[in-house]
Design a protein around this ligand. Structure first.
Ligand SMILES: NC(=O)c1ccc[n+]([C@@H]2O[C@H](COP(=O)([O-])OP(=O)(O)OC[C@H]3O[C@@H](n4cnc5c(N)ncnc54)[C@H](O)[C@@H]3O)[C@@H](O)[C@H]2O)c1
Length: 292
């Protein structure tokens, strides 16, 4: 059985994937907050912004599913540390430890400034909609470099939104169910011919903005379609900011910075986050909850 390192395993996507992939792989979970491994899992605590931690975490694994990082728009210092330095450390540690395959959780926000009336594929020029989107583009570029220079096998998944059900009109176009996400991840781990690929992490949504033919080529056959939830979602939808409604990235295109909605484990961590936010040099800090 393959051993797979999952960074950021304590987050939303990691929690879905742990459940979906249980029994198929030996999962080595990693996060900077403490996690309790279940049967078939091990845990290595580590901060991705520290290369020494990543050298330890990546040792001896068959592939890495890199989820760890700052997962919404935010202050530059936070994004720099987790998504730029952290992402570099994961690729560099993998390379030094001879781990060839990395699945990188990039985002629809790498291309969020495409209009909603455009269908885009994996070859379009990048159009990030914020610092977070730029950090995902950085990760994709790093993946391309490590594939070409070091022969690594890099599978970049531009994830829409992973959830049991789509929660608003935008998500009807970008939603991915946990089981479809797991199918995509399995392809990323198992496909024999990955060099450098970009695919969209979306279900088979009728309202999709993506031509996901590259994922289809690699065998992806998503089972779910957000349309089953459309009537219910649209009935409760309220009109939003016209800029958000125009672009695929939604509120990310106009919100300067948002609080990270990821659950913080302890009061101390919450206090630290509040302090960071207060210190942020970002102007027009918006307290709206982050929406991927
Ligand atoms: N959730 C989605 O629908 C979605 C959509 C697009 C892209 N993504 C990407 O997928 C990945 C996972 O998303 P998520 O929703 O699970 O995010 P999340 O915020 O819920 O989880 C991120 C995890 O990373 C950990 N982390 C943060 N900084 C770290 C550090 N320096 N060292 C070690 N661990 C650290 C956090 O503790 C957390 O458990 C992220 O990279 C995100 O950008 C997610």
């Amino acid at each position: 059985m393959k051993t797979i390192l999952m960074t950021g395993a304590g987050g939303g996507v990691g929690t879905h994937l742990r459940r979906e992939l249980a029994g198929r792989y030996s999962l080595r979970l990693s996060d900077y907050r403490k996690l309790k491994p279940a049967k078939g899992e091990t845990f290595v605590q580590g901060d991705i912004s520290k290369i020494s931690d990543m050298l330890r975490a990546t040792k001896g694994v068959d592939a890495i599913v890199h989820l760890g990082g700052y997962s919404v728009e935010g202050a530059w210092d936070d994004i720099l540390s987790a998504n730029i330095i952290g992402c570099y450390n994961v690729f560099e540690a993998a390379q030094r430890n001879g781990v060839k395959r990395i699945l990188f959780a990039t985002s629809n926000h790498a291309v969020g400034f495409y209009r909603r009336d455009h269908v885009i594929d994996h070859r379009v020029y990048i159009k990030p909609d914020g610092r977070y989107g730029v950090s995902k583009v950085f990760g994709e570029a790093l993946g391309s470099l490590y594939a070409d220079k070091y022969g690594m096998e890099v599978f970049c998944m531009r994830i829409g939104n992973v959830n049991d059900a789509p929660i608003d009109k935008r998500r009807l176009s970008i939603w991915i169910s946990p089981r479809d996400m797991a199918q995509l991840v399995t392809i990323g781990i198992e496909h024999p011919e990955i060099r450098f690929e970009i695919v969209y992490g979306v279900s088979n949504n009728r309202r999709s903005w993506y031509d996901n033919s590259n994922a289809t080529r690699l065998g992806y056959r998503p089972q779910d379609d957000s349309e089953a939830f459309a009537a219910e979602v649209l009935a409760r939808e309220k009109p939003g900011d016209p800029r958000a409604e125009t672009y695929q990235g939604g509120t990310f295109v106009h919100v300067e910075a948002v609080e990270n909605p990821a659950p913080l484990p302890q009061r101390r961590a919450r206090k630290a986050a509040a302090k960071r936010t207060a210190k942020s040099k970002v102007t027009g800090l918006n307290k709206a909850r982050g929406r991927r």
